[in-house]
Ligand binder design. Structure first.
Ligand SMILES: CC(C)(COP(=O)(O)OP(=O)(O)OC[C@H]1O[C@@H](n2cnc3c(N)ncnc32)[C@H](O)[C@@H]1OP(=O)(O)O)[C@@H](O)C(=O)NCCC(=O)NCCS
Length: 187
């Protein structure tokens, strides 16, 4: 790549970089929102295996107890362009309490699939809403046209949250147990 084009790419990536941010939550709690890094491997694994069975099922749609090594590697070693991952850290306890990410689709790179999970004891505090709002605004700034995700039909909380943020939902080809949720980003 020519030096000028490389500089343009780097400037674009810099504009899209996720700045660490402190977020105050009800009840005097607070988290640090920041991009995930490879140093978060142990904390990410602890976060996933610490989710309740119900939350893990809603997040992964399968009975997964912990992340297999290759998936863990993929989760922490992200380029923040094709794969963007934002986490919330309870800095007092050095513990991850939420994870929201999107991965660009291979055949339609202007679209990406999102997923999110919030630790059970940090749910219903507005964290899911804040993370999804940040993730979709990041995707919009990155020039994506849509963010989509597959949500279990039984996952009322997630569907209410998504519709509240302006997403549309439609039936899924896989059957009535799953709903396709899409944010049109206007690009
Ligand atoms: C779904 C999830 C991400 C939401 O995160 P959260 O931090 O609990 O969500 P928030 O506190 O931001 O609020 C969620 C919204 O749902 C609403 N809500 C809360 N409990 C609800 C319930 N039982 N039924 C319907 N709506 C509910 C709240 O009113 C809130 O709406 P508002 O912000 O307009 O007031 C979180 O519950 C989670 O991680 N669940 C398990 C994994 C999962 O389902 N992931 C999604 C699949 S990709």
């Amino acid at each position: 790549m020519e030096a000028a084009s490389l500089l343009l790419v780097q400037l674009k990536q810099l504009k899209q970089a996720i700045e660490p941010e402190r977020l105050a939550l009800p009840g005097g709690r607070a988290v640090l929102l920041r991009p995930i890094t490879p140093l978060d491997a142990e904390a990410e694994q602890a976060f996933v295996s610490g989710l309740s069975l119900d939350s893990r099922h809603k997040r992964f749609h399968v009975g997964l107890r912990q992340l297999p090594p290759d998936l863990l590697r993929r989760f922490i070693d992200v380029d923040q362009h094709d794969h963007v991952a934002l986490i919330a850290e309870d800095t007092g306890a050095a513990r991850l309490v939420a994870d929201a990410r999107y991965v660009r689709s291979d055949d339609r790179p202007e679209e990406a699939e999102f997923a999110i999970a919030v630790a059970d004891d940090w749910q219903s505090l507005g964290l899911g809403r804040s993370l999804m709002a940040r993730l979709s605004s990041h995707a919009r700034r990155a020039g994506l046209s849509a963010l989509y995700g597959d949500v279990l039909t039984e996952n009322r909380r997630m569907l209410v949250l998504m519709r509240g943020l302006g997403a549309r939902t439609r039936p899924h080809a896989l059957g009535p147990q799953i709903v396709r949720v899409t944010f049109d980003l206007g690009n």
